[in-house]
Design a protein around this ligand. Structure first.
Ligand SMILES: [Zn+2]
Length: 405
């Protein structure tokens, strides 16, 4: 294979398919399940660049002539890299071999499959004020075809890809990934609860290749994600921030420092997703951090714990072109409006009020029910002390002052 030198005039964004359906037994180590193999392989992708997004794991039926084999696990990862296409391909083949891949039976069982699905080339803008230029790469060589020739007809690729970049356009078919997915005949693909990979360290935000953040002209936008506990607010916040990062926007995420649910510098959802977040004790501290940070998209979790001076700060940020996404409880466990969140709902461009599932009857739940008789002011993250309840099954603790949860 002819290897080109790394192309330093720009970088590449690669959309990679990962798959496997049999355990890998290394010579002198315990065997790895397919989930473990995919997770380790995703970590190892960090040797080739920076993993900026990953899908959940999907369980899919085998495709092709060898029907008598276990179902596959599949996922998609997005990798930013300086490696030119053929060097990247060589790196992927080396990783497959490291995880026990042998190419014996065509489309047969395998420990690890790494496919280069789509590639974009990013070149710096000509001047600092111009956004980087991104173009899809179309290639046809004996060893590499881009976009992947089977991409548009494989559910096991399109389903995880649509999860993280549904609006990405197939460069030759000129249709979005979401559109290609819905036109497939029905088939077996089931999303598992686990993300492929929780990055152990915060994924570095991408300002742009040239290091110049791209800010949309004009005013920004305030989005509120609210609802009771267990309604998926943090997960939705993380999803929006992740999408902004895929769009190469610079993001930052804050949380109140009294939230001790996690290791201090990250947030997590009840479905075990995690991402980096900066703990701040006061609105003033958030303002100080933002004065040093040109983030285009600002996320705030557990917003109900911030004081009223959050409102003027957020209004000013939006006025100056920033997109602000806040997630927080709208009601206390007494069923009353909670802190600053109702006011932000009134001022927002967009409000998503999520519901949870009532633990008594399964109906949509709008309330957070505190269990037991604790009178602690704040029981952050004590998941066992709360349940989601519908209006019928909610029993408010009537004497508790508003502002407590
Ligand atoms: Zn109910």
């Amino acid at each position: 294979m002819h290897l080109k030198l790394p192309d330093r005039s720009g970088t590449w964004r690669a959309y990679l398919g990962l798959g496997g359906n049999v355990p890998y037994a290394p010579p002198s180590a315990p065997p790895l399940t397919p989930v473990q193999t995919l997770t380790r392989a995703c970590e190892a992708l960090g040797e080739l660049g920076t993993v900026v997004a990953t899908s959940h794991l999907w369980r899919t039926d085998p495709v092709g002539p060898v029907a008598d084999q276990p179902p596959f696990l599949n996922a998609v990862a997005v990798l930013d890299t300086n490696l030119a296409p053929h060097l990247l391909l060589a790196g992927l083949l080396a990783l497959e071999q490291r995880f026990g891949r042998t190419r014996t039976i065509h489309k047969g069982p395998r420990t690890l499959d790494l496919d280069l699905l789509l590639l974009e080339k990013t070149a710096p803008g000509e001047s600092p004020s111009i956004a980087p230029f991104i173009e899809p790469v179309c290639l046809e060589t004996p060893t590499l075809s881009l976009p992947h020739p089977q991409l548009h007809c494989r559910r096991f690729v399109l389903a995880p890809l649509a999860e993280i970049c549904p609006t990405l356009v197939h460069p030759t078919l000129r249709r979005t990934i979401a559109d290609l997915l819905v036109t497939l005949p029905p088939g077996g693909a089931e999303r598992l609860p686990d993300p492929l990979f929780n990055p152990p360290a915060p994924v570095a935000p991408i300002t742009s290749v040239a290091g110049h953040p791209r800010r949309a002209p004009g005013p920004g936008r305030l989005e509120v994600i609210t609802g009771p506990m267990f309604s998926g607010k943090s997960e939705e916040l993380m999803r929006r921030l992740r999408r902004a990062e895929i769009a190469r926007l610079h993001t930052v995420c804050f949380k109140p420092s009294l939230d001790t649910r996690n290791a201090p510098e990250r947030i997590s959802s009840h479905s075990q997703q995690v991402r980096a977040a900066t703990p701040v004790a006061t609105v003033h501290a958030m303002q100080a951090a933002l004065s040093q940070d040109p983030a285009e998209v600002i996320g705030i979790d557990e917003t109900q714990f911030f004081a009223q001076d959050l409102v003027p700060l957020l209004q000013s940020l939006v006025q100056h072109g920033r997109r602000v996404i806040v997630a927080g409880l709208d009601m206390t466990f007494a069923g009353e409006p909670f802190g600053v969140v109702p006011q932000l709902m009134a001022l927002a461009d967009d409000v998503s009020k999520l519901s949870a599932v009532c633990t008594i009857c399964g109906a949509p739940a709008v309330h957070s029910q505190r269990l037991g008789h604790s009178r602690a002011t704040v029981l952050v993250g004590a998941q066992e002390a709360y349940e989601a309840r519908c209006r019928l099954h909610f029993e408010p603790a009537g004497t508790t002052p508003a502002g407590e949860l």
